[in-house]
Design a protein around this ligand. Structure first.
Ligand code: GAP
Length: 457
């Protein structure tokens, strides 16, 4: 997964990220009061806002900005033959070994070669079992009878829901090749090892787009989609020197892929996969044709041709993107020199387009009508922006709380606001403050969001 952990020079650590995520209500351990459910996570008030906005950013990019891509929301529970056809029942496995002494469980491909061949546990030196294949799909049964005929799998990728609907979408929406189908949704994998917070979870979300192309044009489209996906992260405003390409070698390629590149991100634990771009050829559609007995060929009436399209897939983890955004945004900055804790602030430098709270409205005092005026201004902004309101404590403390939540703009209401209708607009990154007339506030915020360029951290 990660090869050069020391490349990371930033101030974030997974411990700091997970503790901030819990403290500020981004992410909680699932079923925490019962000791936790490993590999599953709950997204709190700020987490769900952030997740929705990352998803919205991706969805807009894929559908609104591409005339040739439409959306889909397929069911998680699908016919079990889907997973036989897709090759997941046979091939979606990880090599597993157990330590007979300490009972630890490992993915065989993640322990050093010399330990594996000597069958020595990397933790305690005890004897390891033989390597065996472990299927990552969660299996259950539909209905009251638990037999082979009723098996149902929790989908391990969203992609298959797209393939089985591809003909429906061509027919209902008159799509012509090349075209794409985008989907966001939950996926489940019974991962052998989960670590690094939400990075590798058993329940997670994916943002996948399958692009259907004429055979022979697949390489061209594969390169085009690599470019577009790289440009997406530039637009999202993340640190581009924390991104790199990794081409899959023959031993890494998934059973369906002819060529695959990962976009890796430099997380605190090292370079790790963020998104995969895959040339899946006509593997999926030919398998579904074979297993369902349905003709899934595309009919090009103009050219008088029939063929099975090739598929170029872009597959990003939504929850993994959220972790990437948290790591990317995290910064600690010295802002004073008084020799106490207040000298430093923790700040999440989210792009304003994805920040969970866009603008916080803070009355300088609760009294003298300032709170009422602030609430009034907040109500005005609410229609267009995600807002917060905070009237508790010293103004400096309140700014720090918003910095830690990643709120890009604070609006402070003071006595001058009562007199002349102006407010203070404070910028998270520079901590600069300017006076803005209340009537111009919404327009100014819109402009700041549109023109935002990260300059710090
Ligand atoms: N449809 C192709 C596919 O699923 P993948 O490389 O297995 O390809 C795509 O997964 C993306 O899904 C990964 O790049 C990652 O962002 C995310 N992902 C995969 N497994 C995950 C897990 N256990 N936890 C969180 N995200 C995961």
């Amino acid at each position: 997964m990660s090869d050069t952990a020391n490349d990371y020079q930033g101030v974030a650590t997974m411990d700091k990220i997970s503790s901030l995520a819990k403290r500020r209500g981004f992410i909680f351990q699932s079923s925490e009061i019962y000791g936790g459910q490993s590999g599953a996570w709950d997204y709190g008030p700020l987490g769900i806002e952030l997740k929705n906005r990352i998803m919205g950013f991706w969805w807009k990019e894929m559908t609104q900005l591409h005339d040739d891509i439409v959306g889909l929301d397929a069911a998680i529970l699908m016919h079990s033959r889907v997973w036989e056809a897709s090759g997941h029942v046979e091939n979606f496995t990880d090599p597993l070994v157990d330590c007979k002494k300490c009972k630890s469980r490992f993915r065989a491909d993640q322990i050093p070669e010399e330990k594996l061949s000597a069958k020595k546990c990397p933790d305690c030196g005890g004897e390891l079992t033989d390597v065996r294949k472990f299927n990552l799909m969660f299996k259950s049964h539909i209905g009251a009878i638990e037999d082979e005929a009723n098996i149902v799998y929790l989908r391990p990728e969203t992609a298959q829901g797209i393939y089985v609907n591809y003909k429906n979408i061509i027919q209902s929406n008159r799509m012509k090749i090349p075209f794409g189908i985008a989907q966001v949704g939950k996926a489940f994998r019974n991962e052998i090892v989960t670590k690094n917070f939400i990075f590798r979870s058993r329940e997670f979300e994916q943002m996948e787009m399958q692009y259907f192309v004429k055979p022979g044009t697949d390489e061209e489209w594969f390169n085009e989609w690599k470019k577009r996906r790289w440009a997406f992260y530039e637009k999202l405003g993340v640190k581009m020197d924390h991104l790199r390409w990794h081409q899959h070698g023959p031993d890494e390629l998934a059973h369906y892929a002819r060529d695959a590149y990962d976009i890796q991100y430099l997380f605190p634990m090292g370079w790790s996969e963020l998104e995969g771009i895959h040339n899946r050829t006509d593997y999926d559609l030919s398998r579904h044709s074979q297993f369902s007995g349905k003709d899934l060929q595309y009919i090009d009436q103009e050219a008088n041709e029939r063929y099975l399209p090739f598929i170029v897939e872009t597959s990003a983890g939504l929850t993994r993107s959220l972790l990437m955004i948290l790591c990317d945004a995290y910064d600690e900055e010295k802002v004073a020199d008084k020799g106490n804790d207040d000298d430093w602030r923790t700040v999440l430098r989210f792009h304003p387009a994805i920040a969970p709270i866009t603008v916080a409205v803070l009355p300088l005092m609760k009294k003298d009508g300032l709170a009422e005026l602030a609430e009034d201004i907040r109500n005005e902004l609410k229609e267009d922006f995600a807002t917060d309101y905070d009237q508790g404590g010293a103004i400096g403390r309140r700014y720090r709380r918003q910095d830690e939540a990643g709120t890009p703009f604070c609006v402070t209401i003071d006595y001058e606001s009562k007199d002349n209708g102006s407010v203070t607009l404070r910028f998270r990154d520079s901590m600069e403050q300017v006076r803005v007339n209340r009537v111009e506030l919404a327009e100014r915020l819109r402009k700041e969001i549109k023109e935002y360029k990260r300059t710090k951290g």
